[in-house]
Design a protein around this ligand. Structure first.
Ligand SMILES: [Zn+2]
Ligand SMILES: [Zn+2]
Length: 415
């Protein structure tokens, strides 16, 4: 199996026994990164200071680390079995189709080339067409993002990628298509292979699914750089391997999950997983850079959190209340990525955003913090508001779940 780049942000737990593994992964990332630098291409991302949107090739986007979507998929599968994979497939298919439609050309082959290259630049993997016929095609994916958290699985796991490729097929063939994975890197294969075929039914275009994130170029944007490795179909942004998703993608996936699992379990799962990785990200920033800011590491981390959130297209956080020495933080976030596409929600919906704040709060105050969203644009407020606080009711992590975290860590380290 090939080594995977950019696992810096994939590490999971802060258990002391695993710190050496974290270092090993980080070292490997930088070594591989420098080896591949020769073939790296520069990607331009443009940031709009007014509304916090980040544009990739003219399309408003959000940029999570490369593993967070597949990690959620794996957790959903553990919770409710294979039927949970429908959320991944549906999101890939219905949310990527309008975006892929914008790349459609008269010539089929040209069209497909454009789409596959575009997906590669977004960090989904190195995609190649191995067969193109009138009503079916075969696509081979090297370094598929979807298989990242899986190793030695006896099943094919890339359902989100299959959905995305089904969308490619529909744009290309102009009819209803589906996609099935026929071989997967999680089974020890060097590639993931996909078969995209016609299902014989007309496509149903859902009007309300049309993404509103395609914009004409704007004036006065700030430029950010990302680096793309075309051979691996991987994109490095902010020192970590990332996915450039169209704006609203993760919120759409959340709604798919809510319709499968219900609101509460979705909230709990997204919160727990995102908080864990947010703690690791925040601690990495703290350890790497705080040395140069010894006089004010807390201010540094707070500034970094605001910067990272903005540059990843997650929204514009503004700190409202912060008192040195007191474990409490109140902040508002304008244009939260997590609320896109929600209309008239009854409760706040930004579970992942709350988890990001809780994770940074934990690193900031050096103690386990939680976060509660008190206002949300999804329910008609002008902005989202988050309170980061010490939760007196939080149960101490049980021995069993700690053991599970270590196992998860070991799986990730073996990637
Ligand atoms: Zn696969
Ligand atoms: Zn919100």
């Amino acid at each position: 199996m090939e080594k995977k780049l950019g696992t810096t942000f994939y590490t999971f737990t802060t258990h002391p026994n695993t710190s050496s593994q974290i270092n090993r992964i980080t070292d490997r990332f930088f070594t591989l990164n420098s080896l591949n630098q020769k073939c790296m291409e520069k990607l331009d991302l443009y940031y709009n200071r007014e509304n916090g949107n980040v544009y990739h090739e003219g399309i408003a986007s959000e940029i999570p680390d490369r593993i967070s979507q597949p990690l959620l998929q794996r957790r959903v599968e553990t919770l409710i079995g294979r039927k949970g994979l429908k959320a991944s497939y549906n999101t890939g298919k219905s949310y990527m189709k309008p975006l892929l439609n914008t790349l459609h050309q008269k010539n089929k082959k040209e069209s497909l080339d454009l789409m596959l290259k575009h997906l590669s630049r977004r960090g989904f993997g190195g995609l190649k067409c191995t067969e193109l016929k009138k009503d079916y095609m075969k696509i081979r994916v090297k370094n598929c993002f979807n298989a990242l958290p899986y190793s030695q699985s006896n099943k094919k796991v890339c359902f989100e990628m299959a959905g995305i490729l089904a969308a490619c097929g529909e744009v290309l063939m102009g009819e209803g298509m589906d996609c099935m994975e026929t071989a997967c890197t999680s089974q020890g294969n060097p590639y993931c292979d996909f078969h995209v075929f016609s299902h014989g039914l007309k496509t149903k275009e859902k009007k309300d699914e049309i993404i509103n994130s395609i914009h004409p170029p704007e004036e006065g944007l700030v430029k950010h750089n990302a680096f793309h490795d075309p051979l691996r179909g991987e994109t490095i942004f902010k020192d970590g391997s990332s996915l450039i998703l169209p704006q609203g993608y993760m919120a759409h996936y959340q709604r798919e999950l809510e319709s499968l699992l219900g609101e509460k379990p979705t909230k709990k799962m997204e919160y727990i997983l995102t908080k864990k990785s947010s703690i690791v990200t925040a601690n990495t920033i703290k350890n790497k850079k705080a040395a140069g800011y010894l006089h004010s590491p807390v201010n540094f981390l707070l500034r970094e959190m605001v910067k990272q959130t903005q540059s990843r297209g997650f929204g514009i956080p503004i700190v409202q209340e912060f008192y040195p020495g007191k474990p409490y933080l109140r902040l508002i976030v304008k244009n939260s990525f997590n609320a896109h596409g929600y209309f008239k929600a009854r409760k706040p919906v930004c579970y992942r955003m709350a988890a990001l704040c809780a994770g940074f709060g934990t690193a900031l105050f050096n103690r386990d913090m939680d976060c509660m969203e008190t206002k949300c644009t999804a329910k008609g407020d002008r902005f989202c508001e988050f309170i980061v606080y010490v939760n007196p009711h939080r149960r101490i992590q049980s021995g069993r779940s700690q053991k599970r975290s270590i196992q998860e860590m070991a799986t990730l380290a073996s990637l």
